[in-house]
Design a protein around this ligand. Structure first.
Ligand SMILES: *Cc1c(COP(=O)(O)O)cnc(C)c1O
Length: 418
């Protein structure tokens, strides 16, 4: 039948597909495996020290004085809290739209997450930040640039100054992003990045802590587990700072392996090119889905330059069964869409209501209202322009299917999801 022939195409691309590791990284990894020297420290003689070189390169790339490479983004966040003297039981502010390892890092450091509301554009609400500082007495803000959404950093910096807050940036999705020309990751006392597979750099696992203060850098190196071999760091504070902290700092064994660094170094040099392509993919899909009247894309301030590895949008006027029907319709055409509004945590998506270990947080109504409609699509670099157009068409058509089913049952004016 003609209508069968007219069936719109399915997306056959696997959105979970990462980029292959560059050949130079594979070659160096094989060399390291042949030598067996996978630990970052050791009696390596004049051999190249991959982790130490990567730390130097990463610090330069972001524009900070020191970088300490570790085994995950979450570990880097935990170390940031430790070197900023966050003590067990201290309250630490964090925006409510983030990934589970972020409140997790606060708990790992023995501290107490204090969740701050987000607004309709997915970024921190500075009015609620003021209220939460007053209520909790917190002196540290862990600002998560979740999914690369950059808050108004002029407003955040002003609020931190006014409230006497120390800022830590979670840049797991913000490598290459800028605010008013300044790199994200240079606004706070410290910033953390991740090299887990679904970020901008992929070593399977890995993280970076960047900062400028030599005493804090010395402590981070020692905490990360440098044994007595911190002299092998190329990017390190002077022996004076190292000696000051050496016997006061426990070894948490959070090191990056030489293998991870070997895989990452050639990716870092290719990153500006990749980031441009990632943004082109994002912008093409975003423009395509923006043609639907039933969803909203977040407003991005003019000063924010993102580096997107995924696309987010909010369905509005959809109730839960309708959102589930939308997700099913997309999935049926080969497009997995994640949803932050689900009652149960699933895959990589979770929300404040799922972080019971964080302790009571009040209702977080505003954040849950925004998350109730928030959908998320991963955008691997392998997507062609044609794939992007197909992704957008599938989203638009799935929305239309749900909305026309609503019209048929005569229902109008359902409760808005935010
Ligand atoms: C991935 C991620 C992290 C932590 O990274 P891991 O390396 O998986 O520990 C932190 N914050 C955000 C927003 C992330 O997406």
């Amino acid at each position: 039948m003609a209508s069968e022939l007219a069936l719109p195409p399915r997306l056959t691309r696997d959105l979970t597909e990462p980029e292959p590791i560059p050949e130079a990284g594979i070659a160096r990894a094989i060399e390291l495996m042949r030598s067996g020297r996978l630990f970052r420290y050791g009696e390596m003689g004049a051999d190249q020290n991959d982790v130490a070189l990567l730390e130097q390169e990463f610090a330069t790339f972001v524009g900070r004085r020191y970088c300490v490479a570790v085994n995950s983004g979450g570990a880097a966040l935990c170390l940031a809290l430790k070197v900023l003297d966050v003590r067990p039981g201290d309250p630490v502010l964090v925006n409510g739209f983030t990934l589970a390892p972020v409140p997790g890092a606060i708990v790992h450091a023995g501290a107490k997450p204090v969740l701050v509301e987000i607004g309709a554009d997915y970024v921190i609400d500075c009015d609620d930040l003021r209220a939460k500082v007053e209520a909790s007495g917190a002196r540290v803000l862990l600002l998560s640039h979740m999914r690369g959404h950059i808050a108004d950093m002029d407003a955040v910096s002003a609020a931190c100054d006014e409230l006497g807050l120390i800022l830590i940036e979670d840049c797991a999705h913000a490598l290459c992003a800028t605010w008013d020309g300044r790199a994200i990751g240079t606004f706070g006392a410290a910033a953390a990045f991740s090299a887990q597979t679904y970020k901008h750099l992929n070593a399977g696992e890995g993280g970076f802590l960047v900062l400028d203060d030599p005493d804090r850098a010395a402590r981070a190196i020692l905490y990360s587990g440098s044994y007595m071999l911190h002299g092998q760091h190329l990017n390190r504070p002077s022996p004076v700072e190292m000696a000051r902290w050496e016997e006061q700092t426990p070894n948490f064994s959070m090191r990056m392996t030489a293998l991870a660094a070997a895989l990452l170094r050639p990716q870092l040099s290719d990153l500006p090119r990749r980031a441009r392509r990632w943004n082109a993919i994002h912008d093409r899909i975003a423009a395509g889905i923006a043609r639907s009247q039933h969803l909203r894309l977040p407003q991005r301030p003019d000063k924010a330059r993102y580096s997107a590895t995924s696309v987010q949008f909010s369905l509005f006027g959809f109730d839960e069964p309708e959102i589930r029907a939308f997700l099913e319709s997309c999935a049926g055409r080969g497009l997995p869409v994640k949803w932050f509004g689900a009652g149960r945590q699933h895959g990589f998506t979770s929300a404040p209501r799922h972080w019971r270990y964080a302790g009571p947080q009040g209702a977080m109504d505003q954040t849950h209202a925004v998350l109730a409609g928030l959908c998320d699509i991963r955008t691997p670099l392998s997507l062609t322009d044609q794939d992007c157009d197909l992704v957008a068409a599938i989203v638009r058509e799935a929305i239309e299917t749900v909305v026309s089913a609503r019209a048929e049952t005569g229902e109008t004016g359902r409760a808005a999801t935010g």
